[in-house]
Design a protein around this ligand. Structure first.
Ligand SMILES: [Zn+2]
Length: 225
């Protein structure tokens, strides 16, 4: 049978980390929590959070414990606790060392962010907020981190456009508009902005490089001027 620490590490779904122990507790609302004490393994304990290179340790001692929220295990809230320290990267300077389970500077694990990001593509934000037990604004922040991880260079969506479509849609009973540009060849949204009409389209075309502009052959519209 596997040890409790190995089981915790498997369920957390993190490589390059060591689980040192776990405790259960209930908060004042009676919600059950499991707090897992973890740390990056020796090979990754001094990694830069930006470039992930191994760096020189800057602090001689570790700081106060930091907590990250992980995906729930059933109805139990999962937390990861780790004492972090700073490293000195020759490129990025003095920074808190990377932890393999989370994106830079936030209190959630990568799996948590990715799950919120996936749910938010199918469900209203209020439903995601209630189900994941996070506030409404946190849903947006999780989505942002997920997007930055999946597609760090969003401007690449504007490369090699050939057949594009312009869709102007109103919401709030016709009081507000949004303009969406789609790539018909990949069936994806490449750009969107609030408003409609010539001004918004000019905004879209102005950000394209001459090379990006030259590849466009067909532009379809939904009856807009
Ligand atoms: Zn670095």
């Amino acid at each position: 049978m596997v040890s409790a620490n190995t089981l915790c590490k498997k369920l957390l779904n993190v490589k390059s980390a060591v689980v040192e122990g776990a405790d259960f507790y209930s908060d004042q609302d009676g919600v059950a929590h499991i707090r897992i004490k973890a740390r990056p393994d020796r090979r990754h304990e001094n990694d830069c959070p930006f470039c992930h290179r191994r760096c020189k340790r800057y602090d001689s001692q570790s700081g106060l414990p930091r907590i990250w929220r992980g995906l729930d295990w059933g109805g139990t809230l999962v937390e990861v606790e780790c004492r972090t320290h700073r490293i000195e990267c020759p490129v990025h300077g003095v920074l808190v060392a990377d932890v393999p389970w989370a994106y830079l500077s936030n209190g959630f694990t990568k799996d948590f962010d990715l799950t919120v990001g996936w749910l938010a593509t199918y469900l209203p934000r209020s439903t995601v907020s209630e189900y994941m037990r996070i506030d409404w604004e946190t849903v947006g922040r999780c989505v942002h981190r997920t997007l930055n991880d999946i597609e760090p260079e969003r401007s690449r969506r504007l490369d090699n456009l050939v057949n594009i479509g312009i869709d102007e849609t109103s919401y709030k009973k016709g009081h507000k508009y949004i303009t969406v540009i789609v790539n018909h060849d990949t069936n994806t949204v490449v750009w969107a902005a609030q408003g409609h009409g010539k001004g918004v389209l000019t905004q879209f075309y102005r950000q394209l490089t001459p090379q990006q502009l030259s590849s466009i052959r067909v532009v379809t519209g939904d009856g807009a001027k």
